[in-house]
Design a protein around this ligand. Structure first.
Ligand code: GLA
Ligand code: ZN
Length: 694
């Protein structure tokens, strides 16, 4: 089955809406009525309500006021507008911080924050947990069966850590469960180094700028603990909600994974019913928007892959943000293009921050559907309303799948470890950027991609790119080896298979558990200065049919081909003639290895050959202009093909011989199609993925 059920059976259409803060306008009842009129005009059918409403819901300890929320939910649903009802834990009222300072977060320097901002609470504090339990219980009892409510929006953008005594105790308990004995912990953390051996559990604390920060295993475990503690808090929030109505879906809105690296989002899969995230690209930063488009496509694919089903675009700006270095407006066409990009990659919603601009405080200049002017006669409102009309007609695309045959392996443990490694290039080893460059080559080909973790099932893919897999356990090594033996194509690079899951180096030769799979031994590695260059010289007649030279930069590994075939060598320095690109045939499959960081031009040429050799189908079997991609969703009967133009100029795309209809006009299309500047075309055709599993 390639069609997933809708996120909510109450609203089995594309959800279109925004974060809505009626609690900021309680002094003026006209605002709610005017908002409802405007929401209908804008084609909005869903609002996220109550995200930061704690002070309005519980103005004094134990004194609750739900009347305003009753009225908001009733009036909305009477008008066909549904609600993601938020738990308000993202910020707490001043009375709570004043009476119970323990609810406030303690920084790594052991200083407790003052009241203020948001996301400023301890996930361990028994008082905070109890206050949240009471609040969520009351919300559930009152609203879990309210006709307006389609699901729970849990808190808001969980993130950050707390170093208070409760959190320290929690860390030690977590470590005891993991290691059982101190000996095991001391070994895993290699504490004999600098006499760091612990002789009692009570000696262990979280990493600190003025304390311990040099023990890599310790740092890594703290990051893992912070994820687990946050998930534990999230579970604590969800329990009273599910106790009342287990069928109401829960989500929590996540953040762009670069720069935010604080939580291993994949681990939230089990506690959430649907993944949602907040996307804020900086469009129009450059002549072509390709770089932004690729970055956000990567994020969309990652969030979809977490649960292997459609996700939600919970927030995006209808115009500009007010927190990026430069607040640029979306140029004509970009609102539709950017929103449909999310849909193309598997989102079943298009939602915004925010519905109405707040009048004061730090987000008063952040884009909104309704500006301070207060009416619908704005460019932004028209863009939103037009998209609303289109989304309302797209119900047959709802719940459809993304048939990815290629995957990119991206792992949080690895990103944490690689950043902490100290060498070989402390000025920047660029793990995330490198992964996204490999992904970009597949994006440009118009190949659907899943972004997977080491725990995922690999057998469904034909091609897996796993750049810089520095942290690689024996188990992951075996999995990748099996994947190749069974016929898969793996792409690996330098700085792989270096440490195990405890951040301890593999002994006996890198790339450790990947050595047999890649068929190489990496003897030495070095970082290059920004001005240093080397090059890959492709060997004559190499089976990939690549020729010439490609620039190498940042990192060079000196490797020996053991069972691998050398496809290209280094050009310069004492590296000259040594392997720079190899392929190893193992079982039914093959594994490529790049010894050095190569630029995008090489990756584009390389993946073009490798994807086709691995039998990975492009969405449209055609050449796409630079900055244009094609993505697909399918129900197994019809494919919905999105051709998205981020090139910064009008483009033409020659379709393949498929039987295409223009989704918006219903007209038959063939030959060449035109894409406007910031243009997008949706096409449908008989499915090429019949008989597949979602
Ligand atoms: C985040 C938050 C929102 C809002 C937006 C502004 O995504 O979740 O509350 O602050 O940023 O872009
Ligand atoms: Zn704490």
């Amino acid at each position: 089955m390639l069609r997933h059920p809708p996120i909510s059976s109450k609203l089995p259409v594309f959800m279109h809406g925004a974060d809505y803060n009626p609690d900021q306008w309680l002094h003026d009842p006209n605002v709610l009525e005017e908002d409802i009129r405007l929401m209908k005009l804008a084609g909005c059918n869903v609002m996220s309500v109550g995200i930061f409403a704690w002070a309005a819901l519980e103005p004094e300890e134990g004194k609750f006021n739900f009347e305003w929320l009753d009225q908001v939910l009733d009036r909305l649903v009477e008008n066909g507008i549904y609600v993601w009802l938020a738990t308000p834990s993202g910020a707490r009222p001043a009375w709570m911080s004043q009476k119970y300072p323990e609810v406030l977060r303690v920084q790594a320097n052991r200083v407790r924050n003052l009241h203020g901002h948001r996301h400023n609470h301890c996930y361990s504090s028994p008082v905070y947990r109890e206050k949240v339990r009471i609040m969520n219980t009351k919300l559930a009892e009152r609203y879990a069966f309210h006709p307006a409510v389609v699901g729970w929006h849990i808190s808001n953008e969980y993130g950050g850590d707390c170093h208070c005594d409760y959190c320290q105790e929690g860390f030690r308990e977590w470590l005891k469960r993991k290691y059982v004995t101190l000996d095991a912990l001391n070994h895993a953390w290699w504490t004999a180094f600098w006499a760091h051996t612990y002789t009692d559990w009570s000696q262990i604390e979280s990493p600190a700028p003025h304390g311990e920060s040099a023990v890599h295993g310790h740092n890594l475990d703290w990051k893992r603990y912070v994820t687990d503690r946050t998930i534990d808090f999230c579970r604590h929030e969800i329990a009273p909600l599910k106790a009342v109505n287990p069928d109401l879906p829960v989500t929590t809105n996540m953040m762009e994974i670069v720069p935010f690296d604080g939580l291993d989002y994949r681990k939230f899969a089990d506690v959430l019913d649907v993944i949602s995230w907040d996307a804020y690209p900086t469009w129009h930063e450059a002549a072509s928007d390709k770089e932004q488009a690729v970055k956000f496509a990567f994020n969309h694919d990652l969030f979809r892959t977490i649960k292997g089903k459609p996700f939600m675009l919970m927030e995006s700006t209808p115009s500009l943000t007010n927190w990026q270095p430069v607040s640029k407006l979306k140029r004509p066409g970009m609102h539709k293009l950017s929103s449909l990009q999310a849909v193309a990659h598997g989102s079943d919603t298009v939602q915004y921050f925010q519905w109405r601009k707040s009048r004061g405080s730090s987000e008063k200049f952040h884009g909104a559907v309704v500006d301070h002017v207060g009416h619908e006669h704005t460019r932004v409102f028209r863009d939103v309303a037009e998209l609303g009309k289109l989304l309302a007609r797209m119900t047959d695309i709802l719940g459809t799948s993304t048939p990815a045959e290629a995957a990119v392996l991206f792992d949080w443990d690895n990103r944490w470890a690689v950043r902490d490694a100290q060498g070989p290039r402390n000025m920047g080893i660029h793990y995330e950027r490198t992964v996204i460059e490999h992904y970009a080559a597949l994006w440009q080909l118009g190949v659907p991609v899943d972004v997977i973790g080491p725990g995922d099932d690999l057998s469904r893919y034909k091609l897996i790119a796993a750049p810089m897999l520095y942290l690689c356990s024996e188990e992951t090594g075996r999995k990748l080896e099996r994947f190749v033996e069974e016929g898969g194509t793996l792409v690996g690079t330098y700085w792989s298979g270096v440490v195990d899951e405890n951040d301890l180096c593999h002994l006996g030769g890198f790339p450790g558990p990947l050595r047999r799979t890649l068929g190489i031994w990496a003897e030495e590695i070095e970082g290059l200065y920004p001005h240093d260059r080397n090059a890959l010289v492709l060997s004559d007649g190499n089976p990939l049919g690549l020729t010439g030279e490609y620039e190498a930069h940042e990192i060079c590994e000196l490797a020996h081909a053991e069972t691998a075939e050398v496809l290209g060598v280094y050009r310069d320095d004492f590296y000259a003639g040594r392997p720079a690109l190899t392929v190893n045939r193992l079982g039914q499959g093959r594994a490529y290895y790049m010894a050095t960081r190569l630029q995008q031009d090489f990756l584009d040429a390389f993946y073009r050959r490798v994807a086709s050799e691995a039998g990975v189908a492009r969405v449209i079997d055609t050449e796409l202009p630079d900055g244009v991609t094609a993505q697909v969703r399918t129900d197994g009967e019809r494919d919905y093909v999105f051709v998205l133009n981020f090139s910064g100029a009008p483009q033409k795309v020659a379709l393949d011989a498929g039987d295409y209809l223009d989704y918006e006009t219903g007209e038959r299309v063939g030959g060449e199609i035109a894409l406007e500047l910031n243009g997008v075309r949706i096409l449908s055709r008989p499915s090429r993925y019949q008989g597949r599993e979602a």
